[in-house]
Design a protein around this ligand. Structure first.
Ligand code: FES
Ligand SMILES: [Fe+2]
Length: 432
């Protein structure tokens, strides 16, 4: 832990060896590779702009909503793919989910302002151009002008103008969209192990039991790293270690997909053996004199028959799934400029839950989230990094726990392999 002592001689402390010497002003990844992450990636507006084009509007599948939100004909949900607003709607004629850029083709106004709703068409508020739910431009107000004066030229063909439609792919309850024509289907893009986990999460019908958006005061990639970082969970989140809910001494693994950017981190609480570890020696930050009076908070049941009590999954670039005991959630991270992002949460249960199980899930929901007992720290820590790195973009972070590679760690979660994996895929798409 930092003890307040400052080094007095710069040469006494070797500099973090990130080598970002960009004499031409261009950003280059340091020679050390994935074991170093230059702080500039969280602070450079040009990088943020390139991300919009190369990631969010590029070769990625982006979560836009859960299928339950657009189950009925005409039901819609709006959301964001990076900076681009989108409408997800169930087209009643084709009975399928379509995704459009939420922008009127006339002069570019946002078309649909509500987050959820049901519509027969989309009418732009600015000049009342009307679109059907398959995205076609249906009518233009005053197309023929007034009493033969004004209006659109006779050769303006409304069939040539419609909403920009994106490719859609659905896996279980998750609806994805992409701007790319070439990207393989979602299942192939994420790979078999990621699909296995999604099918485990959504192995039977779900229902939504809550949702909220958490504003995070940091660059989106700091949170993307945080969720891939199984090393921090029992260290930053004192509650976990204090009450033995999640410790690195439990049986578990970090599994990274082939592209690197998606991962699974799982553990089995029943296998905790802290003896001979840093937990047992008492050197870690936990509060041994605390006890929970209301034990209902910690009451759980085995959610799956595989013994896994904690499963965190990430899907590149910005989707997260969570099983923390019996709390189940999907999270989507939307960048809002350089140093802010919105984290959307869908909290879910299974349709066939007993009333008692539902009650226990709601009780456990107090653990996770911005007002919870465990993960409120994640909302703080990103800003703690953001604030220190802004002024010193010439250096970078050390990401060497578990080595230098992006490999699956079957034995241990004391590893930053999934963080390196994120950067591997990010660099590939960004061309750095
Ligand atoms: S901007 Fe939409 S109708 Fe004019
Ligand atoms: Fe965390």
């Amino acid at each position: 832990m930092y003890d307040g002592a400052l080094a007095t001689h710069a040469e006494a402390v070797p500099m973090n060896t990130t080598s970002p010497v960009e004499t031409d002003g261009l950003f280059r990844w340091p020679d050390e590779g994935l074991a170093r992450v230059p702080f500039r990636v969280y602070n450079d507006p040009q990088i943020a702009e390139a991300e919009q084009k190369l990631l969010f509007q590029g070769e990625t599948w982006n979560l836009v909503c859960l299928d339950l939100e657009v189950a009925e004909p005409g039901q819609y949900r709006t959301n964001w793919i990076g900076d681009t607003p989108v409408i997800v709607v169930r087209d009643p004629v084709a009975d399928r989910i379509r995704v459009f850029v939420n922008r009127c083709v006339h002069r570019g106004s946002m078309l649909c302002l509500e987050q959820h709703g049901k519509a027969e068409n989309f009418t732009c508020m600015y000049h009342n151009w009307v679109y059907s739910l398959d995205g076609k431009l249906q009518s233009i107000a005053f197309k023929r002008g007034v009493r033969g004066q004004g209006g659109m030229p006779a050769d303006f063909d409304i069939t040539k103008h419609g909403l920009r439609e994106l490719r859609v792919d659905i896996i279980r309850n998750l609806v994805f969209a992409t701007f790319s024509d070439q990207l393989p289907p979602v299942r192939d893009w994420f790979g078999p192990r990621m699909v296995w986990s999604l099918e485990r999460f959504f192995h039977k019908p779900i229902r939504l039991i809550g949702g909220y958006t958490q504003v995070l005061p940091n660059n989106w990639k700091l949170y993307a790293e945080n969720v891939r970082d199984s090393y921090h969970a029992s260290l930053l989140h004192t509650f976990f270690a204090t009450f033995g809910l999640n410790r690195l001494s439990m049986d578990g693994a970090v599994e990274v997909n082939e592209a690197g950017g998606s991962h699974l981190s799982w553990s089995k609480m029943a296998t905790d053996d802290a003896e001979g570890t840093d937990y047992a020696s008492g050197g870690l930050r936990s509060m041994r004199d605390l006890a929970i009076e209301d034990r209902r908070l910690l009451k759980t049941w085995p959610e799956f028959d595989d013994g896994i009590t904690h499963m965190i999954q990430t899907l590149f670039p910005n989707v997260f799934l969570q099983q923390i005991q019996n709390t189940l959630a999907v999270r989507l991270l939307v960048p809002r400029g350089l140093d802010r992002c919105d984290l959307q949460w869908w909290v879910f249960a299974y349709e066939d839950d007993t009333p008692e199980q539902l009650r226990m899930r709601l009780m456990q929901s107090n653990l996770v989230g911005p007002a919870g007992l465990v993960s409120l720290e994640d909302g703080f820590i990103g800003n703690a990094v953001q604030r220190t790195t802004r002024g010193d973009q010439g250096h970078g972070a050390i990401v060497e726990m578990g080595g230098h590679d992006v490999t699956t760690e079957r034995q241990s979660r004391v590893s930053e392999a999934a963080v390196r994996g994120f950067w591997q895929q990010w660099r590939g798409l960004m061309g750095y």
